[in-house]
Design a protein around this ligand. Structure first.
Ligand code: B3K
Ligand code: ZN
Length: 875
């Protein structure tokens, strides 16, 4: 790779800071082009001996003035470097005052302080604060913040920062100011401020101990009617954290600000969350059911960070999963309690498999607690978040609910107000319960997804069933040899009537957790008069790839009778995957084998079951998931096979689908049952269209009618998507119609872009090129960029077009984006890292795309690291 390699930061090199900053006073005069930042920092040495150099982080800052204890610093007392300032031979305690200039409009990276859409906003995690002022920008430096904002009253009537507003006032020239104090010492990554012309939606919350908290959501004036789901979710999350973890909110005010210009989902800044508008705004006309669910879970996630992340924070960035894995686990459990636990678990696992398993199997694989990075923003990954959550879930499974809570209580008791490590978390779980998790720690240090093989046999003479489990973790970059990890395997044994049989290992139970600690272990279950069918890894009790011994008959049985919703779904999926792989291998194979057909028939007939769950059972695995099961992803054959199976299921059950489609029609409501019914009905529509029975016009008629008449975005978008994928004579009109209707709603227009970039048609590449020059496209708005490029990279036959055109197009756009927003560019580049999964010509084309990116002048550290770790070449 050309270009210089960025410095690598290693976990083993951690050193406690030599100074602490007890207090920071910030004063910002906000101007979109030139903002002046004054900072007063109170330093105190914590190292035992004097230091010759104290490094302060600073990036893209124009230093105007620097004083120590009231004196301008002499040139011999400090040095400016590429990465900030070096204070030479600093005294034991001192006050440093700096004045610097920054440029919020020019800051298109959306890290630090930026000006977008008429607002001033900040994003400081992970290392954005150093782009605002010189500082010890590391999470183990906790200080009290006092922040004064000055801005023109006209353009910025609202001035917000963390904590409590202590005073406000007017100034000359139509300016005004506000002073905020946060009583909780915090690391700089949790600092935030917002200034702009925002409307506010207010509510009240009374905590369990009777304190009143004001809840505020700041949005554009015209969006005040679209905050109900966010506000309601927030209140439910606050209640849930009190009930389940005994944790209350700790300030008088909780503020959320929504913006269109944001690199990720949301940010948990103390008392002042900043959110991607996508996770705040919803109305039935503009947001789908899954948008509503996304809001519920992200609002909860950021709220839960107040304890897991903010009150107890990180010692260093290698510990990122300490807050992210734990908080994802907490938000998943919250959603499971609010909705259907089984459906929630299926969704969690689907996401894990779609994003984390491929990451863990490719060149970007890293442990949940990474050992090295050059750009920490590249480690906000599915491994740190989703696999991290699975590790916490396994601890929960191993301890049980009450003991897990004891562990959490001890964790909070020991570490409130401190910056700690994953080790501290595991130790609290052990100490609260007198357990030894030495071996479990490997899950945090070892990358790769273990393969769990199960073999079982029934012995009719002894009336016993023996289950042997074997584990093996494939090598990952830098970790050629793996040790066994403790794998909790939840199991039950079912008799031929589908009932769980008693397991005499623990009296009175018919479900148990086996702990596989060695490479291989066997368990014998006695007193079984009849053969049994094992239900293994119930609830997906560990993040592993299970290979089990079941034949089609056993799988169909479980698909109909297993009382574990996850395993019932899994068995159905396994049957579908098997059918699809057979069709991939030989296109003459019958697309819908009998076992699968019978299971589908049974699910269609099971009218008692929860419609959301039925929809999960009846939906086919994604093309990517099918590809994951193959040694080399057969892009086109997979697409054809999946289409073929859709068509066959559509045609075989055309009457049933039509029946469902009519029976489930209803006026829009937002309860869980209605959501499930919509989901199932739209699935029925997709099968009807796929069935291609009847004329094309006839089949798309329902979709066109639904598109035109829907009273909500879920139904409208589902129809719109189907019409975009199955072109017909008025496709253009519908595209135009959608745009005309929604052009004032950025979040809806994102959908419009994404649906077009996701269409599995050869014309999509041309279409994507057009969309990039559409007047509504904006390179500076990550949601918009992701709408096209994110959807494009997730479109298998287009992105992986055999001639490599998809890769070339894609890499060119990443190259362009890197100049504006390196963080988003690096994240979007990751699909190119999966080159080993494809055939030789594609490998070559992906390699060429990566090379092209590597040679970019001014390549960002973010993108450089992703390419360097992905690249087939060595250097
Ligand atoms: N903690 C933030 C993510 C920050 C990402 C920085 N690149 C959101 C979250 O996980 O809650
Ligand atoms: Zn988080």
């Amino acid at each position: 790779m050309s270009g210089s390699k960025a410095a690598v930061i290693r976990r083993g090199d951690y050193q406690a800071p030599s100074y602490q900053i007890s207090e920071i006073v910030l004063d910002l005069r906000l101007d979109p082009e030139n903002t002046e930042v004054y900072a007063r920092l109170h330093f105190q040495r914590t190292a035992p001996a004097p230091v010759t150099e104290l490094h302060l982080d600073g990036e893209s800052l124009e230093l105007l003035n620097l004083q120590r204890d009231g004196q301008v610093l002499a040139e011999s007392e400090y040095r400016q470097t590429d990465a900030g300032l070096l204070l030479l031979n600093p005294p034991e305690a001192f006050i440093l005052e700096s004045r610097a200039r920054i440029h919020p409009t020019a800051n298109t990276s959306l890290s630090g302080l930026y000006h977008a859409g008429g607002q001033f906003l900040t994003q400081c995690e992970a290392e954005g604060f150093r782009r605002i002022t010189y500082y010890l920008d590391r999470p183990d430096c906790l200080a009290r913040f006092t922040v004064t904002l000055h801005a023109p009253q006209n353009s910025c009537p609202v001035l917000l920062a963390n904590g409590n507003c202590m005073a406000t006032g007017d100034e000359e020239g139509g300016w005004h100011w506000a002073r905020w104090e946060d009583p909780y010492p915090k690391p700089a990554y949790l600092f935030a401020m917002v200034a702009g012309d925002l409307a506010v939606v207010r509510d009240q919350y009374r905590t369990a101990s009777g304190r009143d908290v004001t809840l505020e959501i700041y949005v554009d004036e015209r969006d005040t009617g679209a905050c109900a789901q966010a506000m309601d979710s927030l209140k439910r999350a606050m209640r849930w954290d009190e009930e389940v973890y005994g944790r209350e909110y700790d300030l008088d005010r909780y503020m959320i600000v929504a913006t269109d210009s944001f690199n990720m989902g949301a940010m948990e800044n103390k008392g002042l969350n900043i959110f991607n508008a996508k996770y705040v705004l919803a109305s039935p006309e503009t947001a789908t059911d899954s948008d509503y669910q996304g809001i519920e879970s992200v609002i909860a996630h950021e709220y839960f960070h107040n304890w897991t992340g903010n009150r107890v924070t990180l010692r260093d960035w290698f510990q990122l999963s300490l807050k992210e894995g734990l908080t994802v686990f907490r938000d998943q459990e919250f959603s499971a309690d609010q909705n259907s636990r089984g459906v929630q678990r299926i969704g969690d696992v689907r996401r894990l498999r779609a994003a984390q398993f491929p990451e863990d199997a490719g060149p970007l694989a890293h442990p949940v607690r990474p050992d090295a990075y050059s750009e920490i923003n590249n480690f906000y990954t599915a491994t740190v978040y989703e696999k991290g959550a699975e590790l916490v879930r396994m601890i929960h499974t191993l301890l049980g609910k009450a003991q897990f809570r004891q562990g959490m209580d001890l964790y909070f008791e020991r570490h409130d107000g401190h910056a700690v490590t994953i080790e501290d978390f595991v130790a609290a779980m052990e100490d609260a319960n007198q357990r030894d998790f030495s071996a479990f720690r490997r899950w945090y240090s070892q990358a790769g997804t273990p393969v769990l093989r199960a073999v079982g046999s029934y012995d009719p003479a002894r009336h016993s069933y023996t289950l042997t489990l074997h584990q093996e973790t494939p090598a990952t970059p830098g970790q050629p040899v793996k040790e066994p990890v403790p794998i909790p395997v939840r199991i039950a044994l079912l008799n031929t009537q589908g009932q769980r049989v008693p397991l005499d290992s623990v009296v009175g139970t018919s479900e148990t957790v086996l702990l596989l600690e060695q490479s291989e272990q066997s368990w014998v279950f006695a007193n079984l008069p009849d053969p049994v069918i094992p239900s293994i890894l119930r609830g997906f009790s560990a993040p592993v790839r299970l290979q089990d011994p079941l034949d089609d008959e056993a799988r169909s049985f479980l698909a109909r009778h297993d009382d574990d919703p996850f395993n019932r779904w899994e068995s159905t999926q396994d049957l579908a995957v098997k059918a699809l792989l057979a069709a991939v291998a030989d296109s003459a194979t019958t697309p819908l084998p009998g076992a699968l057909r019978n299971v589908i028939a049974a699910t269609l007939a099971d009218r008692q079951a929860d419609p959301a769950f039925r929809a999960e059972l009846l939906a086919l695995p994604s093309e990517d998931y099918i590809g994951e099961q193959m040694p080399v992803v057969a892009v086109e054959a997979i697409h054809r096979a999946r289409d073929g199976l859709m068509r066959a299921i559509g045609a075989q059950f055309a009457n049933e689908w039509m029946g469902l489609y009519h029976d489930l029609a209803a006026v829009y409501q937002r309860d869980g049952l209605s959501i499930g019914r919509r989901r199932l009905r739209n699935l029925a529509l997709s099968y009807l269209i796929a069935s291609e029975s009847g004329s094309h016009e006839e089949m798309t008629l329902h979709a066109r009618q639904q598109y035109a008449q829907a009273d909500n975005m879920t139904d409208r978008l589902a129809a719109f998507q189907l019409l975009a994928q199955h072109p017909h004579h008025d496709a253009e009109d519908i595209l135009l119609d959608f745009y005309r209707k929604w052009h004032e709603y950025p979040l809806v227009i994102d959908k419009w872009f994404a649906v077009q970039a996701a269409a599995p048609r050869p014309q999509t590449l041309r279409q994507a090129e057009h969309l990039l020059v559409h007047p509504a496209f904006d390179w500076r708005v990550p949601n918009r960029v992701r709408a096209i490029l994110g959807a494009f990279a997730a479109n298998p036959t287009v992105f992986h077009a055999a001639d490599g055109s998809g890769y070339t197009f894609y890499a060119e756009q990443i190259r362009r984006l890197d100049d504006l927003n390196p963080q988003t560019a690096a994240r979007l580049a990751t699909p190119l890292s999966r080159w080993q999964r494809y055939d030789a010509p594609r490998q070559q084309a992906m390699g060429a795309a990566l090379k092209m990116l590597a040679s970019k002048p001014g390549l960002s550290r973010d993108l450089a690291e992703v390419i360097q770790r992905s690249h087939p070449g060595k250097d």
